[in-house]
Design a protein around this ligand. Structure first.
Ligand code: FAD
Length: 552
């Protein structure tokens, strides 16, 4: 007998499992099935990438899905993102300029062992009445508003099921994207290779410098997502709750050709040349390497994400940009929140056409605003001063606008979205334009960043406004207050942008330190002149930006 469901979720990875939980939470009576191709449990420690979460995705997992007890007990707390620059000191980690939090950040995040996490989520889905079929491959789906037909291959047989909603969470297989020809090109051709190694890789032990070793509480450094940086690449180290460590190389092929690290032996040779301390600490334990995987050109785009014809895509079957700031789980969180809301409204009998269109536009707006963070930026990954300015800018925009909207659970509030994004002057649209301008500015500036810095430590909490943006994520606002807060955060961002520009311009052209600039049109291509309508920065912001400016 053919079974009928309210929701068929095709693919039981992170996106599919969490979407099922969120949708069931909002609709306890809904019948939901997850079809997962993998037969049996996922392996611990060497399953998938997507191991480091940041604030937005962490809020989703801990608060919206209410998994904080599980996360605290079974996964690792993360000690922020940590960056090592000064590529001239690759043999002495204690001399490299280091960026990262000194104390545990108040707003939590995690390092996740994807295998054990997906196994737990699967059990939880079953416990909550969601049907989970393992070893079940969705081979095709006939989409139809009146009821979709899903073809399933399981144990050598093919059967069909019907569902009101069909959600593609098949990851890179992208079942619906392929079927409907929705794949869209994206101009970001970065590649990656990664592996998991048994046991710890504790960077604290990579130097005998006692001052450096004790600068942070023992053990905190290794809990961060570590980024070793140089021109065209970054290397990650992520500790996992199973006691193992994830190691990855992410590089721009124009600078580091993919075939120089796309096999394990080549990757080790590549580390020997580019990150010798990683090599020295990994190569003797080569036998402990558990897996080795690669992805060429991993960025993904799609023509469509949500349809009023009752289908949607989430996770990597939709869009993905770059893992530099660990944003994969963020995009899953935003997308799942939209999809779960659409399903909930539809099951209540509401017309969801307006919501579908607004949610899709919003997700694409966030994605498109994020593209300039990475696009053509890998050549600057080795420039210490540029990267400090960039990382602090990227965190400022991340915490002060999209993450704040999400932690206030207003992503599905149409009046907030309309207020922020509907008009060109709205804070949301200005946010996109301002960010694009600053990312261009960094590209113009980097050729002037000609000094090598070393022996410094910088903490995001040294910067007053960054600390406030981070702590602000715990504040709860009404929708009206939130719009006001985002607008006042935008004023701060405009002042930061103008102040960063002034410092750069003073170094290059010797212009005045109180030059007024329009942050939306500023350029370093020629000597800037005072713009009477332009922006200055308040003394506190000037002082904050000065902390991250090393040319003195
Ligand atoms: C190099 C790299 C590093 C990354 N690092 C991070 C990070 O640190 N933090 C972060 O948040 N994100 C990170 N990401 C992104 C993260 O990996 C993804 O966001 C996340 O894994 C996507 O989850 P998903 O559920 O969409 O896909 P998956 O986890 O791949 O799940 C898809 C599931 O669908 C199943 N499936 C496939 N086809 C079918 C079918 N036809 N029928 C049934 N089942 C099917 C598969 O077996 C799989 O279990 C990284 C990405 C890359 C490329």
């Amino acid at each position: 007998m053919t079974k009928n469901y309210d929701v068929a979720i095709l693919g039981g990875g992170l996106a599919g499992l969490t979407l099922a939980l969120q949708t069931k939470q909002a609709n306890p009576d809904a019948s939901i099935i997850i079809l997962e191709r993998r037969d049996g449990s996922a392996p611990d420690a060497a399953h998938k990438v997507g191991e480091s979460t940041v604030e937005l995705g962490t809020h989703y997992i801990r608060e919206i899905l209410d998994l904080k007890d599980y996360m605290d007990e079974h996964q690792l707390p993360k000690h922020g993102l940590r960056f090592f620059f000064s590529p001239q000191h690759k043999n002495d980690i204690s001399k490299r300029v280091e960026l990262g939090p000194r104390k545990l950040l108040p707003v939590p995040s995690h390092q996740i062992d994807r295998g054990s996490f997906e196994n737990y989520l699967t059990e939880l889905c079953i416990e909550r009445g969601i049907e989970v079929q393992l070893g079940a491959k969705a081979s095709n789906v006939d989409l139809n508003y009146e009821g979709h037909t899903v073809h399933v291959e399981r144990a050598g047989e093919t059967h069909i099921l019907h569902s009101k909603w069909a959600i593609d969470t098949t990851g890179r297989s992208g079942l619906i994207k392929r079927k409907l020809g929705l794949k869209k090109d994206i101009d970001h051709a970065v590649c990656a290779a990664w592996f998991r190694i048994k046991g710890d890789l504790n960077v604290d032990e990579w130097s005998d410098n006692k001052d450096w070793n004790t600068f942070l509480e023992p053990g905190l450094r290794r809990l961060g997502t570590i980024h070793f940086m140089d021109k065209g690449y970054w290397v990650w180290l992520i500790p996992l709750a199973t006691g193992n460590t994830s190691v990855g190389i992410v590089a721009d092929p124009a600078i580091h050709p993919f075939d120089t690290y796309n096999k394990l032996d080549k990757a080790l040779e590549w580390l020997k040349i580019n990150e010798p301390l990683c090599y020295e600490n990994i190569e003797p334990r080569k036998e402990d390497i558990l897996d080795f995987k690669v992805l060429k050109h991993f960025a993904l785009n799609s023509e469509k994400l949500y349809s009023e014809e009752r289908w949607a895509v989430s996770g990597e079957s939709g869009v993905f940009l770059d893992p530099f700031y660990s944003p994969g789980t963020d995009f899953i969180s935003m997308s799942n929140t939209f999809i779960s809301d659409l399903i909930t409204r539809d099951l209540r009998g509401e017309d969801v056409s307006l919501h579908t269109s607004v949610y899709e536009k919003t997700l694409f707006a966030v994605f498109n605003n994020w593209v300039p963070l990475y696009q053509n930026k890998y050549p600057m990954w080795g420039s210490t001063q540029t990267m400090i300015l960039k990382i602090f800018w990227d965190w400022a925009i991340y915490w002060s606008v999209p993450t704040l909207i999400f932690t206030n659970e207003m992503f599905t509030n149409l009046s907030v979205l309309k207020n922020l994004f509907a008009s060109e002057d709205g804070a949301g649209q200005r946010f996109g334009r301002l960010n694009a301008q600053v990312q261009t500015l960094l590209t113009e500036w980097v050729e002037h960043d000609d000094q090598a810095f070393s022996d410094r430590y910088i903490d995001p909490f040294d910067i007053g406004y960054l600390k406030e943006f981070h702590l602000g994520l715990e504040e709860r606002y009404s929708s009206r207050e939130l719009v006001q807060k985002i607008n006042s955060n935008m004023v701060i961002l405009e002042e930061i942008a103008s102040e960063v520009f002034r410092l750069m311009s003073t170094k290059i052209y010797g212009t005045a330190t109180d030059l007024k600039v329009d942050p939306y049109t500023m350029t370093l291509k020629e000597r800037p002149i005072d713009n009477e309508m332009g922006t200055l920065a308040r003394p506190a912001i000037k002082a904050d930006v000065a902390v991250m400016w090393y040319y003195k």
